[in-house]
Design a protein. Structure first.
Length: 129
């Protein structure tokens, strides 16, 4: 599970927000399915080399969004996105497009962090228009 989650301490975005965003995205596209158990706070923190409180804050915010639920004996479980059910074919199309974008960027010699910055910039400009 932690293979898909990374924290960049040089990023101006706080680590808890990086974790929250990544988990939220993984849940939204179905890569982490409803009913899946997330790593414990301590386990994920140890894997990422950060404080347990940082992971706990990310989990708390995800719980407030209705994406996950902490259960005493079962740990933290993914509930799924609270919005309308997603179509599997739509998710697959988006994942294919993302994979294609990554392949194209790498073939062009664009670094991963530059690609992420480009996507964020485009998303921001699309939100404003």
């Amino acid at each position: 599970m932690t293979a898909g989650i990374t924290v960049d301490l040089a990023d101006p975005v706080p680590p808890y927000e990086q974790i929250r965003r990544q988990l939220s995205s993984l849940i939204a596209v179905g890569m982490v399915e409803p009913g899946s158990r997330l790593p414990t706070v301590r386990s994920l923190a140890a894997d990422l080399g950060i404080a347990a409180g940082t992971v706990a804050r990310a989990y708390k915010e995800l719980e407030q969004q209705g994406l996950i639920e902490s259960r005493r004996r079962n740990g933290t479980v993914v509930l799924g996105p609270p919005d309308a059910p997603r179509g599997a074919s739509g998710e697959a199309a988006v994942m294919d497009a993302v994979d294609g974008l990554i392949r194209t960027a790498r073939a062009a010699g664009i670094r991963d962090d530059t690609l992420i910055d480009l996507v964020r910039c485009r998303l921001s400009s699309k939100l404003e228009s």
